[in-house]
Design a binder for this molecule. Structure first.
Ligand SMILES: Nc1ncnc2c1ncn2[C@@H]1O[C@H](COP(=O)(O)OP(=O)(O)O)[C@@H](O)[C@H]1O
Ligand SMILES: [Mg+2]
Length: 365
């Protein structure tokens, strides 16, 4: 998309979204559980979680297509829960783009504005501005069937932006695109959002998409928000095992805490023990968690601890080699930088893992 660097001709004003104590049921099914969330004005915010965890349901609640049993949804200081969707001035882009096949690109974008009975000149100006923003001004006379998936996605976006919504809601907008297109469009989406400064919620089940596009992420599981934070926060300081597993690869080892106060160690079942840094919060039933790049194999640096294991498999990935190391009954992944000419460790050989205590986490379910 050739985004023009002019100030957008469409007016946007960044609004905050505040959700408190929301519970939603489909019949007996409790789908959203005690949802509390503060989204800042102009923020690009992600709802991230596995399929079926309630992301679309919450998005539709904000848009006004679902109703909650209790709680509050406030957009730009206005309580909207009892307001019909068309009064909320919320723009939503659906997973299926829902374009009119018999209308041109320009008519598709104009449609919502015509329904609002805006003056013709205003409609034309907004259609032009929206198409320019997504780089489709030259394709205004085409029909959706004459466009690629990525272009259709941009028409859907232009149509939504043209109504000058208070907030933009995107439900898995990249999921119908091929892998290469997804990477391209997500970058454009980020750029567009930055220029418009429009508060945006982006729903996805893909952690890489959420990490690369959004300022902050709410991680969902089974209708509950597990944690809210920047991509880095969630990766470095996950609140529980679910978040650690969902964002990146996490090695998880069983064990038990020995000692009390500032003199605690974690005895990893069948492999050795690690001092727990004083002041570390270790929840009941915690397991040891660390990322593949935070351990060494075969040598242990001063101040690090060693755990014994056996080399089970090895994948050469170019810049790194990923080893699978059996530690007692678990297998952990360790990424080692690859140096030209260096040999690989033989499968089946005993080895030691070196782990820096400060990069270890203790997390429970
Ligand atoms: N209209 C509906 N009626 C009954 N159950 C629904 C309806 N829509 C979604 N569900 C159920 O609610 C849960 C959450 O769905 P959804 O919000 O679509 O999840 P996600 O978008 O995270 O994949 C799922 O268990 C789903 O099967
Ligand atoms: Mg969904």
């Amino acid at each position: 998309m050739n985004v023009s660097l002019k100030k957008p001709a469409l007016s946007t004003a960044a609004k905050a979204i505040s959700i408190s104590d929301v519970n939603l049921y489909y019949g007996a099914l409790h789908v959203l559980k005690d949802i509390n969330l503060e989204i800042k004005p102009g923020e690009f915010f992600a709802f991230l979680g596995p399929s079926g965890c309630g992301k679309t349901t919450l998005l539709r609640l904000i848009a006004g297509f679902n109703t909650a049993r209790n709680g509050k949804v406030v957009i730009g200081g206005q309580d909207v829960l009892d307001m019909p969707p068309w009064k909320r001035e919320v723009g939503m882009v659906f997973q299926s783009y829902a374009l009119w096949p018999h209308m041109t690109v320009a008519r598709n974008v104009a449609f919502g504005l015509e329904e609002r009975r805006l003056p013709r000149a205003e409609i034309d100006a907004r259609v032009q501005a929206a198409l320019e923003l997504v780089g489709l001004e030259k394709l205004a006379d085409r029909r959706p069937s004459q466009l690629s998936g990525g272009q259709q996605q941009r028409v859907a976006l232009a149509r939504t932006i043209a109504i000058e919504p208070k907030v933009l809601l995107l439900d898995e907008p990249l999921s119908n695109l091929d892998a290469k297109m997804r990477v391209e469009v997500r970058r454009e989406l980020r750029e567009l959002q930055q220029r418009l400064q429009l508060t945006t919620i982006f729903v996805t089940h893909d952690q890489e998409e959420a990490n690369t596009v959004c300022d902050r992420i709410a991680v969902f599981n089974e209708g509950r928000i597990q944690q809210v934070g920047t991509p880095m926060d969630l990766y470095e300081k996950p609140a529980n095992l679910f978040v650690a597993n969902f964002l990146g690869t996490a090695n998880i080892l069983d064990g038990r805490v020995i000692g009390t106060g500032s003199d605690r160690t974690f005895e990893v079942t069948g492999a050795g023990s690690i001092p727990i840094p004083p002041g570390t919060d270790v929840p009941a039933g915690a397991k040891l968690v660390f990322r593949p790049q935070y351990a060494t194999i075969g040598h242990v640096q001063p101040g690090w601890v060693s755990l014994s294991g056996t080399v089970m498999h090895c994948e050469f990935l170019g810049a790194t080699v990923r080893y699978g190391i059996a530690v007692d009954t678990a297998t952990v992944m360790i990424d080692v930088p690859f140096h030209s000419g260096a040999g690989l460790l033989p499968i089946g050989s005993p080895t030691v893992l070196g782990l820096q205590p400060s990069s270890a986490l203790w997390l429970a379910e």
